[in-house]
Design a protein around this ligand. Structure first.
Ligand code: SF4
Length: 698
């Protein structure tokens, strides 16, 4: 008889529940979980095709050393020895982990514990740095913690949904489906899409603002200044619950309408119409994603948005609030366990001695990292210049996805010791590994993930582990034990790790991390197996299926107030005569990251079969391009060759290329090779949306 297992989709941050059915003949069926609060039975094309990506073709099934099959003991001994040797000779900051929002929370927890608590370095960063670290930094500046105030239901309850830097239709498709259904049920609901491109999401928009790349701070500062003299201004919220209004208002008021129009590229009438709509809509949610985060002013953009919600008190109430849409399935879980180089576990602060000591005592750790580690771009710089002697990369493909990707490849080629844990044997990154460790894939591994609305769900295994593949947390725990920390890494199951993580959240937690921890710190294997999706943290004493924060203040700064942040970022001029186009990178609907899984599905590849560059018809004419011509794109950092897709959805002077394709699927298609390694100064997030390039016919 067929077996049904409830699990969670491994792709985007919506975190849809999935029911996987294993037939008597071993056939796998996949459908949406009707009971999961993220999707209520819906799936997008990627989720629906999960069953087509589970074959073992191309899988990494056995450990390898130097390209030769090896025993686990041999491989783990070598990893532990080489990391220990580097630490002994060059100190703990000579080693690093580069991990991933694809990891489960339990994997992330053990990686963070080993690096920050036992190796004693902060050098663990994650590809979530490329995804939402500007949102994290913006939340922490405004709220005193990385807390998402609202939940998905708010998009359905709002009278106005603002989507800025978010192609929701393609990047968070099920949330888009929920929005479409809500708008169909309440046609008076307004949707504003702010994006230089007229994406598929703009098809639902009542207003599309084709903003200049990186014009967001100016736009939301203009809105903030407008709101401050409007009836929507909520002094009753601002006075008791916030500080810093005067400085933020002064910065926001710096520009007249004509300057705002120039900085945003929007007509004064468009600005006025948007400001009026925002002012008059009590229930407004502002959703933002990579178009906001992946910028040299990403953190300021986030705070400029949050300022508008604080000024109107529209936060933490049904249908109201700023809302960060995370890209990855477990970017949020990684944040909770301290998977970023500048954070500690359980939202504690690595820069506070008291927090460091608290975590160290809970872990019984010999040496807690004394300072933040290197963020992703700086970490690979340190690999390149020899400061890092050994790096362990887990569940990610930085040779494709990092900015200045060719330099990442060169850095790994020169690194004395590279370990890669992955499910795929041949990727652009695995070919540089001295040691390859086979990991469990979706359907085989067991643990938890946290989606964009802070909802923890179980990923459950329903397939037998193939070959000698093992869980990432097990690999880390074994290496930790071999490095001399056996007592701290003696985990028998993912549930033990989850319980420890919950215990740390509650440890000496005098209300600072507003979470009722009791039920989860004591959880056993059976309880863990039965765990239903729930939001984390839960406001203390208000356990509910839907939780929100900050309607009545209660922020996490020591004085309990939110901070208005003065945001002043200007738009840098990047294009030049030599590099006259502004390149924007992003996703397509049916592929995920570097296509190691979605590339297996012919159905998904049928949507868009090749990498392409969207280009405006006038620009195409000037370059003498016809549809499907090959186009050479170049920046000072690298080059790519892609097909021309001529469309007036793209603004003149702007180009769009998806980030998925890599050398496994198409020659010279790694678009991140063109992206410069420049980052937001607060968050360290690379600016992947505004890259100066040249274009010519191949
Ligand atoms: Fe998976 Fe995201 Fe699609 Fe849901 S919306 S099925 S989580 S890819």
């Amino acid at each position: 008889m067929a077996t049904e297992v409830k699990t969670t989709c491994p792709y985007c941050g919506v975190g849809c529940g999935v029911v996987a059915t294993v037939g008597d003949d071993g056939g796998i069926g996949v459908k949406g979980d009707p009971d999961h609060p993220a999707n209520f039975g819906r799936l997008c094309s990627k989720g629906a095709a999960l069953g087509e990506t589970l074959d073992l073709d191309g899988r990494l099934l056995y450990p390898e050393i130097g390209g030769q099959a090896a025993e686990w003991d041999e491989a783990l001994d070598l990893v532990a020895d080489r990391f220990s040797q580097a630490i002994a000779e060059h100190g703990p900051d000579s080693v690093a982990f580069y991990v991933s929002g694809q990891l489960l929370t339990e994997d992330y927890y053990v990686a963070n514990k080993l690096m920050k608590g036992f190796i004693g370095s902060g050098n663990i960063d994650t590809n979530s740095r490329l995804c939402m670290s500007s949102s994290v930094a913006g939340h922490r500046r405004a709220f005193g913690s990385d807390t998402v105030p609202g939940c998905y239901e708010d998009l359905e309850l709002a009278d106005l949904v603002v989507l800025t830097g978010s192609n929701l239709a393609w990047c968070h498709p099920v949330l888009y489906q929920r929005l479409v259904a809500a708008k169909a049920a309440r046609p008076q609901m307004q949707v504003v899409v702010i994006d230089p491109r007229r994406t598929m999401t703009a098809d639902i928009a009542d207003m599309h603002l084709a903003i200049r790349p990186d014009g967001d701070v100016a736009l939301f500062n203009g809105l903030f200044a407008h709101l401050a003299s409007s009836p929507a201004f909520d002094q009753g919220y601002i006075s008791p619950h916030t500080s810093g209004f005067a400085e933020a208002f002064a910065a926001a008021s710096a520009f007249d309408q004509a300057t705002l129009a120039r900085l945003t590229g929007l007509a004064e009438q468009e600005l006025a119409a948007f400001f009026q709509l925002f002012e008059s809509s009590e229930k407004v949610v502002t959703c933002y994603s990579q178009g906001v985060n992946q910028s040299v002013s990403g953190t300021d953009k986030v705070n400029a948005i949050i300022n508008c919600h604080l000024a109107t008190g529209r936060i933490g109430r049904p249908g109201m609030g700023p809302f960060s849409l995370t890209g990855q399935p477990n970017a949020m879980g990684g944040r909770e366990v301290g998977g970023l180089a500048n954070m500690l576990a359980a939202h504690m602060d690595i820069e506070k001695a008291g927090d460091r000591d608290q975590v160290r005592r809970f872990w019984g750790a010999p040496a807690i990292a004394a300072r933040p580690g290197l963020k992703a771009v700086d970490m690979f710089r340190a690999v390149a210049d020899g400061r890092i002697k050994a790096i362990w990369i887990m569940a990610t493909n930085p040779v494709v996805s990092m900015p200045d990707a060719d330099a990442i490849e060169a850095a790994l080629r020169a690194c004395p010791f590279v370990v890669v844990s992955d499910v795929i044997r041949q990727t652009d990154t695995t070919r540089h590994a001295h040691v390859l460790l086979p990991s469990l894939g979706w359907g085989e591994k067991d643990g938890t993930v946290t989606n964009s609305e802070r909802r923890i769900s179980r990923q459950r295994s329903f397939l037998t582990a193939p070959g000698e593949a093992r869980a990432d947390w097990w690999q880390l725990a074994e290496v930790g034990s071999l490095m001399g920390f056996a007592g701290a890494f003696a985990y028998a199951s993912a549930s033990e790790i989850f319980a420890e993580h919950a215990g740390l959240s509650g440890f000496e937690n005098d209300g600072r991390r507003d979470f009722d921890v009791g039920a989860y710190a004591e959880i056993d294997g059976a309880g863990y197996d039965a765990l239903m999706p729930f939001q984390w943290p839960q406001p203390r004493g208000k356990a509910s299926t839907v939780t929100r924060f900050f309607a009545d203040g209660g922020f996490y700064h020591p004085d309990g107030r939110a901070r208005f942040i003065a945001t002043t970022s200007q738009i840098a001029k990047r294009v030049s005569d030599a590099f006259p186009f502004t390149l924007n990178t992003g996703r397509v609907r049916d592929h995920w990251h570097t296509m190691t899984r979605t590339g297996k599905s012919a159905r998904l590849s049928a949507h868009i079969g090749e990498p392409f560059v969207e280009i405006h018809p006038r620009d195409a004419m000037e370059l003498d391009l016809s549809p499907a011509d090959l186009v050479v794109l170049e920046s000072p950092f690298g080059a790519a060759v892609v097909r021309a897709l001529i469309t007036d959805r793209q603004a003149r002077g702007n180009l769009f290329v998806p980030m998925h394709w890599n050398d496994q699927f198409a020659a010279k298609a790694r678009i991140d090779a063109l992206v410069p390694p420049i980052t937001d100064p607060v968050s360290g997030q690379p600016a992947s949306k505004n890259v100066a390039v040249s274009a010519r016919r191949f």
